[in-house]
Design a protein around this ligand. Structure first.
Ligand code: MRU
Length: 328
């Protein structure tokens, strides 16, 4: 299930706001198209917004370096937390330093191809962690819909299924945007997985009943020491997993590493109150209520068993690993 199509020099993306009820593809041609697709969550998931941001810039390279830099900054601002967006845009900008739109488009395609291959390798490297009869909980959507294909957290499950392993998947709803029920449940059910949807608030009970054997989640930004930024609620799931002695894995391509940054240098996106006050257009909280709606949280490395990457199953620190596309 691919959420993005390359159509010559431009792209079309699946509008994820409309899933699971409607599958509508939209063209992304202008900078504004790319900006609004990312900002409004038509596309989401760290690797996918990186690829869409890369194409958004590459398609619109003018050759005027000042204008191109401004476009890059604008696109980076669409969502601040997942490092893949800024990383991919910087790569395209560097590739187009001589003003070449062709070189920029080539770099955007390179990023697409690399993310596709990395996701498959994350699957191959993580597959041995999945046992026959397993019950794997995942939070948010780190599946094919969050990447170019396969997913990160869901990639090992896809390869394990292809190998004939039988196991169950538990997907949390992931309030407030419901990436778990709308997207993870949708893509796994469509692809024939044994998937069970639970409320976010049911994680502790489900674990306490021995129903979960391991957890795999994705990531939006992972620091050198292993602190992991991912969808809000991940920290709670990790804390509960530790309480019940359940292995907790983070799956990521190395494009999600932030080797220089830390919590202080990273903005945690806060989203509007509409997401808390309404569900599908229906008011579920009183008018005038104060809200706080962070989109991500930070899980410390002592709660994380290991990191599943395209380079293998790793433990921090990560500095020795060369992240493609950076000068370090
Ligand atoms: O707000 P979203 O839907 O973009 O958040 C996505 C996540 O938090 C994913 O877990 C993360 O990007 C990993 S995607 C492979």
């Amino acid at each position: 299930m691919r959420p993005i199509r390359i159509e010559g020099d431009s792209i079309a993306v699946l509008d994820q706001r409309l899933l699971p009820t409607r599958e509508v593809w939209i063209k992304v041609r202008s900078v504004d198209d790319a900006f609004s697709a990312i900002r409004e969550l038509k596309v989401r998931g760290a690797p996918l917004i990186g690829v869409v941001g890369a194409y958004g810039l590459a398609q619109n390279i003018t050759g005027n370096s000042q204008d191109d830099r401004l476009t890059a900054e604008k696109l980076k601002g669409a969502r601040p937390t997942a490092i893949n967006l800024a990383w991919a845009i910087d790569r395209v900008l560097r590739a187009s330093l001589d003003g070449s739109r062709g070189a920029a488009l080539e770099e955007a395609k390179n990023i697409f191809d690399e993310e596709l291959n990395n996701a498959r390798l994350i699957g191959v490297n993580g597959e041995p962690l999945i046992s026959e009869g397993d019950a794997v909980l995942t939070h948010c959507n780190a599946g094919a819909l969050a990447t170019v294909d396969y997913g990160t957290a869901l990639a090992p499950l896809r390869i394990a299924k292809d190998k004939g392993k039988k196991f169950r998947v538990f997907a949390t709803e992931t309030r407030p945007v419901m990436q778990g029920s709308r997207l993870t449940a949708y893509e796994l059910l469509k692809d024939g997985f044994d998937v069970t949807l639970i409320a976010d608030t049911a994680v502790g009970y489900t674990m306490s009943r021995g129903m979960i054997k391991k957890v795999i989640v994705g990531a939006d930004r992972v620091f050198n020491d292993g602190h992991t930024i991912n969808k809000i609620g991940t920290f709670q799931v990790a804390t509960l997993a530790k309480r019940f002695g359940i292995p907790f894995y983070v799956a990521l391509p190395l494009s999600t590493l932030d080797l220089e940054g830390n919590e202080a240098t990273t903005k945690i996106e806060e989203r509007g109150s509409v997401e808390l006050e309404y569900i599908r257009g229906k008011r579920v909280a009183p008018r005038g209520i104060k809200t706080f709606n962070p989109a991500f949280d930070i899980t410390p490395p002592d709660l994380i068993t290991a990191f599943i990457t395209e380079k293998g199953v790793l433990k921090p620190p990560f500095k020795a690993i060369n992240k493609i596309g950076t000068s370090s």
